[in-house]
Write a new protein. Structure first.
Lengths: 159, 159, 159, 159, 159, 159
């Protein structure tokens, strides 16, 4: 059985993330969405909330589970017996950063492979930070994140 | 009458900004230079100062006005009855970021169009942060910003 | 009255071209779609056919006309009294090439401005050569070009 | 069983291709290396020779087969019951072109997924055309292609 | 005698830095590795420690010296009688940022030339921040930095 | 004595080439401008004419000579006892292609170093092909190439 990891901050998850997770779930036998607990910049949502949102939105995908991790990604990947990291490649994206991380991970753990999957062009501009910025400025994030995430986001921002 | 917006932080304005504003003033009937009041990282100049500098340097352009705004750019654009956002494209620039913002704005307000205009190659490396960095390290910003801006900048940095 | 030019080879026109032409028609008082007659590599369609396809598909845009030209683009622009060149910027596009052409044209004719408008993300991968390649390999170009163009293309390819 | 396709011109195959094929063979149950028969520019090696070289060099990979195809890649993918296209991403590569092809293929066949795998940094500059250029100028391609390919290449170039 | 400067934060130095310094030492009669004392974000190592690490690792290069500087780089370059700045160009790197800095420096001091040298592909993904990130997450930086640097880094991180 | 090579097709040379050659002549003791004799696409000027134009325009640079070569660049570099290849980096340029060639040359001859020097921003869009295209379409190349080259070009194009 081939298990792959879709890692990220997911602060918060977006429709672009769902798109990538669904593609990963068709490519591999099992998929673990892995929430990075410690993300430098203080996160808008706690790791628990980020996991909860993903669980809710991945409920329809029988071969997908959600987890969180500390420390090095490649250590976590090996720890749970996975062999592949799946990353989304947005048409407008930090391509160079993605390659740098992937090569770093290959240096640290040559047996872990990173594969890139393209998001749909519709979400090519979408990122968690854009979503947060829009919400903080009072704009609507409808169509960019799942409805339940939108509600949490609106509550969080009002605080 | 077609009104366009040239938005930005302008912290401080540079000769590259003037170049873009002049080009916009030839392309559209009316141009509003719109200073973003809240720019995350603490600004070197207050929104009022940034507006004042622009007013001084745009005085020779009869169809250009200066204003400031809070909240979402596209809301402001619609609010003042404009339909176009003008952004400068430097030869060396954060092209991907510009496209991301433009697609985000199109998602939020499909009737607002973003058009990109190229700065002159002479200013292709110029940005507000470069100008601030040079001034903070004691270098001369002559030729990079208008003279009045240079004087304010030198005073500000000495503080 | 501000007249702008949307230049290109249009061999053949695609839905991405229509998208850019419609955006240009909202930005400027008058728009001339200008077909380059001499395009190095031997074209699939004659200049006359390319003009005809564009005329058919731009019929619904009252301020848009179609023409063809020889020689330097900037000479043609000046000749018909236009002042602006409009180019589409695809998310996935030859950005560097576009900037090079725009700077060259600015060098040749400083009073002619090039403005860039973004195609919709849906057509971000679309180009005339991709369309031709698909058609030549027997694939369907439905949804990539207008229906009338698709029919001409299928006829042309069968030859 | 998940079958993936590694398509290409392979004119000739390089060590970078082997690297990608080996990675694909670890990611998927079965892999078909698919040689595009008709490649516009007149090829240095016939499709048969290109297939033969790949067969020789993939002999040690039990789940890898070599085939050739005409027409649209996605039609071939569907025809042989595969669902995934694997493409190598070189650090120095035509990233934009790869994304354009992948989005085009997704448009033509939404159920076929393209995944990108990174070549090792050692081969980051390597391509079939570089190899041909070196050989034609009388340089040594040792270390860039398998030995058997190098010998064929030297023979071919001497003609 | 031609003296060149290899400037940087070196927080900490990596094997990629050594690679560039060695290349510079073959290109120029004399090389000064220049540590920027004030680097905005609070550094992991003091300027003195960063200088000490470089001195240790450059001991085998007879025409290389290590120094530190405050203020504008171009002022320092002129002050010590150098005429050239050497920067490493990683295959995966912030190319645009490098060009922006080089053009800024040329504007400030037209007689100082910046030359770019490529790191070996092996270190194409390597940067000081990646190294720090790995160390902070408890990973091994062996093969990425010299051994003495690795030991200091492990001590520093444990604090 | 350090000798460097500035290689190219120079079909024809442009003001951007002169800019790079002058920078190289300040960086190295001796500079050989090396004209590639066999350039695939049929050249506009013969190798002899390309050499002659360069000789004329480099006459004011006492440490610069002009030569032509066949075969692999790195073989030629070694043959004449040089150790460095100098390439211009235009702000708008085929950066990826330059890196690919430089890494290929490093693979073929590890002791030959490629250094990149930036053209002035003024010529950032300039290339031999742009110059030829303008001339062939009847435009003026004044300010893009030296006067003597312009005259030859006009004569050549009239043929």
């Amino acid at each position: 059985m081939r298990r792959s990891i879709v890692p990220g901050s997911f602060d918060p998850m977006t429709n672009g993330h769902i798109d990538i997770i669904e593609r990963a779930s068709r490519l591999f036998d099992a998929v673990t969405v892995a929430v990075a607990r410690n993300i430098g910049k203080n996160p808008l949502f706690s790791a628990e909330e980020r996991v909860a949102m993903l669980q809710e939105e991945c409920a329809h995908l029988p071969n997908v589970g959600v987890d969180s991790f500390d420390g090095l990604l490649v250590d976590y990947v090996t720890h749970i017996g996975a062999t592949t990291i799946v990353r989304g490649l947005r048409v407008v994206s930090d391509f160079e950063y993605e390659l740098q991380m992937a090569h770093t991970n290959r240096h640290l753990s040559p047996e872990v492979e990173t594969v890139f999957v393209m998001t749909t062009t519709e979400y090519s501009f979408l990122s968690s930070s854009i979503v947060k910025e829009i919400a903080l400025l009072g704009g609507s994030v409808e169509g960019l994140v799942p409805d339940s995430v939108r509600q949490r986001l609106e509550r969080q921002v009002r605080k």
